[in-house]
Design a protein. Structure first.
Length: 260
């Protein structure tokens, strides 16, 4: 629901900011910012809400939760009580197979929700791990349900969020099943670019929070293949890379990879 204002670069484009520090490993604190004054209100909130509806939404978010890098917000099997809006920072969601292998199922950035996977079974179905020191708004689900029953616009927006999760999971299946390596990496970069742009950050220059190995795990590719694909894109003048810093140089040619 809430997000920090983007850091501006010298060229006046917002660049996805560096990690922010927290003073404790993991804790909750009273929420001080409000949805009504959030820099990403246009991303998280449905358009057309009345002042009263926004105030009601503000009233159910009482706490922020801090999670340090590499620590879990929740684990698979934990009792479901709340969903979370990433205020700043980023997360990865993972599932563990019976043979001990881990599969990354998604990456969540500022302005996106975590915890929707716990609604059906009232238990979380994955692990949510911070990729950097992060902060989230805690949204008690029982209070959100009551609010949705009273305000059709909020209910409609929440339905869209859940639909988006279904589309995202279906997209991952297609990504892993039908695309070549170049198509997978191009899709990943373009999707991340679009999500950052929607949140006021630069769509062409950003810092990746995940490692190449984590990208490979998410895309169903070996680390060496991911690295070779990034190198190939750089040689072709599509992107420039320096460690985790990415600059997209030719977005249209990157899109054309998907149209072949």
């Amino acid at each position: 629901m809430l997000a920090t204002a983007p850091i501006r670069s010298e060229s006046h484009h917002a660049v996805y900011p560096l990690a922010q520090s927290t003073t404790e490993a993991q804790h909750t604190a009273p929420a001080q910012s409000r949805c009504s004054s959030c820099a990403l209100r246009h991303v998280c909130l449905p358009s057309g809400l009345s002042a009263e509806e926004v105030e009601r939404l503000d009233s159910i978010i009482h706490f922020r939760r801090h999670v340090k890098r590499a620590q879990a917000l929740y684990r698979v099997g934990d009792a479901f009580e709340s969903i979370y809006a990433v205020h700043y920072g980023s997360f990865k969601t993972t599932v563990l197979y019976d043979d001990g292998r881990e599969q990354i199922t998604g990456f969540q950035i500022a302005g996106e929700l975590l915890g929707l996977d716990g609604i059906s079974a009232e238990k979380y179905s994955c692990d949510a791990i911070a990729m950097e020191d992060s902060e989230l708004c805690v949204i008690p689900f029982q209070h959100l349900e009551e609010l949705c029953r009273q305000h059709e616009q909020i209910q409609r927006h929440f339905n869209k969020m859940m639909s988006g999760e279904i589309v995202r999971e279906y997209g991952l299946i297609l990504l892993l099943g039908n695309m070549r390596a170049e198509e997978r990496v191009a899709t990943f970069l373009l999707n991340l670019s679009q999500r950052l742009e929607a949140r006021g950050y630069s769509s062409s220059e950003f810092n990746l929070r995940m490692t190449r190995e984590e990208i490979g795990d998410y895309l169903g590719m070996k680390l060496e293949t991911v690295s070779r694909t990034f190198s190939r894109f750089q040689e072709q003048g599509l992107i420039s890379t320096h460690q985790k810093h990415i600059r997209i140089l030719d977005k249209e040619r990157l899109k054309r990879i998907l149209a072949r």
